[in-house]
Design a protein around this ligand. Structure first.
Ligand code: MRU
Length: 341
């Protein structure tokens, strides 16, 4: 099954907060439920957040009693606003909401006709995500050699997308080609996406995975236990890659130890009209840091900093793997200039 699916006016998705202990599914009939699932990280990972937002708008459209397009558009704009406020960093969320709203505005006819166009667009976006990830896997697998050990951070796998994954899509594609590879996954404090989700996915696929804490990256690099780094991204701007907190130190360490640092992401993550100065890094609740598995680990009233993402300058990025191919940071800069023109 895909991580997210549309079934007769219901959106069904894996509740990622329950993994790896339990595979349970959320059934949503209302855009507010989708927005809340994104906010609470039951739905997470940039590409999945994007498609979920599109499906959220599809729910509003499908269940609306509006007769005229104008009435429906009012509801869609309200839902779009709710979705835009869920998480500020992943570019895919805004890309998806804008794309669906644009499609609705461009569709002529009754509310029913526009609602159908919105549902179709969301379905198309889900399909495109899977196709993009497979292409990313194909391009990226060429960079992975038989016998490599790949380090990844957070979860950029099947669970973070509609299917197949971005960074883990590269790993999967190399594995499917028969390359004997291993993965080192960082646990990814504070939400533990690496330990809970990446280790879970890879073990299910039979790909060898070794879990480390985030602070062990320097150790494994200095011991030459890693040949390549492949991570996902939440937003790619002209001069930097924004990804899960802890990505930046991994990139600096990779640079220091001469390990290639690849970023795998679909073009829906690109935001090339902006630079790192414009990025809003989400700040999450202090409890994520002061508590571990609901257990307090820090003294009461300890001051906490909890940015969910960090910004890696392009000088540390070897290449970006997207559905159209493998781009060097210089080629990406060329695209950025083209988009601004
Ligand atoms: O806070 P999350 O779990 O939504 O953050 C996810 C990441 O940082 C991923 O690396 C990124 O979204 C790429 S997922 C294909």
């Amino acid at each position: 099954m895909r991580t997210i699916e549309w079934k007769d006016g219901t959106v069904i998705t894996v509740d990622q907060t329950k993994l790896p202990g339990e595979m349970s599914f959320l059934k949503m009939k209302d855009c507010r439920q989708v927005a809340s699932a994104i906010k609470n990280m039951r739905i997470r990972g940039a590409p999945l957040i994007g498609v979920a937002a599109a499906y959220g708008l599809a729910l509003t459209a499908h269940h609306s009693k509006a007769v005229e397009k104008r009435e429906l558009m009012k509801r869609i704009e309200q839902s779009a606003e709710i979705l835009r406020k869920t998480r500020p960093t992943a570019a895919n969320l805004f890309w998806a909401v804008d794309r669906v709203v644009k499609r609705a505005l461009e569709t002529l006819g009754s509310a029913k006709t526009v609602a159908k166009a919105i549902v179709d667009e969301a379905q198309r976006m889900a399909d495109e995500d899977v196709q993009a990830n497979r292409k990313i896997g194909g391009h990226g697998a060429k960079l992975i050699d038989d016998g490599d050990t790949v380090l990844t951070h957070c979860n950029a796998g099947r669970l973070a997308t509609v299917d197949y994954g971005t960074a883990l899509g590269v790993v999967r594609a190399a594995w499917e080609q028969g390359k004997q590879i291993r993965v080192i996954a960082t646990e990814t404090r504070p939400k533990l996406q690496g330990a809970r989700l990446t280790a879970y996915e890879l073990k299910r696929d039979g790909i060898q995975v070794t879990l480390i804490t985030d602070g062990m990256v320097g150790y494994v690099m200095s011991k030459r236990l890693v040949n390549k780094v492949v991570v996902g991204a939440d937003r790619i701007v002209q001069d930097a890659v924004v990804n899960k907190i802890g990505t930046y130190p991994i990139a600096v360490l990779a640079h220091e130890h001469g390990v290639p640092f690849y970023v795998a992401a679909p073009t829906s993550t690109f935001d090339l009209t902006h630079s790192s100065r414009d990025v809003i890094v989400e700040e999450r609740s202090p409890e994520e840091v002061t508590h571990f598995c609901s257990q307090r680990i820090a003294p009461r009233e300890t001051k906490v900093l909890n940015p969910a993402f960090d910004v890696t300058p392009m000088k540390y990025v070897t290449a970006i793997i997207c559905e159209t191919g493998v781009l060097s940071p210089t080629e990406l800069k060329g695209l950025a200039t083209f988009e601004r023109a």
